[in-house]
Design a protein around this ligand. Structure first.
Ligand code: ZN
Length: 289
């Protein structure tokens, strides 16, 4: 499994917590017809994106980007000790996959300068916090945690109507510990990291573009979940809050990076996850590098 990539003066590490079957393809992607699945089953199975019962295989991972100045962690996965009764593979987990994967990439939790969340879904905020003496504390003690304001406001409002457990156990404790930066779309870290708004999956979903002068790498979060969505950008996932907007954002993003040298780093594509966007027919492909 390839875990380390270079782009310009950046080094990118994949920190994999799980890579596993998730949901049946037709369930996750409601617009996927039996015919389109039949046409694509061969390459999807061969590349580890689909199992032999048509269930999608996804990676659940963070990326750590080492710039000349900072060590930045993007999306913090599932986490341990968190009650997630709807997802047995995530519920009250106690394995050491994640911290072991971070250590084998050469990082301790104290090394992370920034944690940046593309959005605030359960599998992108989990390791923001860990349980210590019955309290949720920031896992990365020296990090500033970057949350997009539109995204933070959306979940604040949802949580006021009905409690959103990952927001309560994995986002709010970071805010209470005064480690958060709630930022607008003009947020940047020096000339190396900036925000690219990519709404649809959630209202405040953002991608993060890295590299000086040009986008050497882009971290696209849940703008797409499975490689088949590059071939058919209009296929939205059932978890996309606004499926029409998500489809438009997805095509725009793929068009923007198509036939460039930018490394595209989606959150959930199966290993090796990272590729370059190339045109293919009326859609695109994320070509392994
Ligand atoms: Zn996700």
């Amino acid at each position: 499994m390839r875990l380390k990539f270079a782009a310009g003066d950046l080094t990118i590490h994949r920190i994999v917590e799980q890579e596993t079957t998730f949901l049946p393809a037709h369930d996750m992607l409601p617009g996927l017809t039996p015919d389109v699945l039949a046409e694509n089953r061969g390459w999807m199975q061969a590349t580890g994106a689909l199992d032999d019962s048509d269930t999608l295989i996804l990676a659940f991972q963070s990326y750590v980007v080492k710039t000349p100045h900072h060590t930045i962690l993007i999306d913090s996965c599932i986490g341990n000790d968190k009650p997630r009764p709807a997802r047995p593979k995530w519920n009250m987990k106690t394995d050491d996959n994640y911290l072991r994967s971070l250590a084998s990439a050469g990082f301790s939790v104290a090394d992370i300068d920034y944690v940046m969340c593309t959005h605030l879904h359960v599998d992108h905020v989990g390791w923001n916090t860990r349980l210590e003496n019955g309290r949720w504390v920031p896992t990365f003690p020296n990090a500033r945690y970057v949350f997009d304001k539109a995204e933070f406001d959306y979940w604040t409002e949802s949580n006021a109507k009905a409690e959103v457990p990952p927001f309560v156990d994995s986002v709010l404790p970071v805010v209470e510990a005064k480690r958060s930066e709630i930022v607008g779309h003009d947020f940047a870290i020096g000339d190396h990291a900036r925000i690219l708004p990519t709404p649809g999956h959630t209202p405040g979903h953002v991608a993060f573009a890295f590299g000086r002068g040009k986008d050497a790498a882009v971290f696209s979060g849940d703008l797409m979940h499975s490689p088949i969505q590059t071939h058919y950008p209009e296929l939205s996932a059932k978890f996309d809050v606004d499926q029409t907007q998500a489809a438009k954002t997805r095509r725009g993003f793929l068009e923007r990076y198509c036939d460039t040298d930018t490394l595209c780093c989606p959150a959930h594509f199966p290993s090796p996850s990272i590729g370059k966007i190339r045109r293919k027919g009326n859609g695109f492909v994320c070509e392994t590098v």
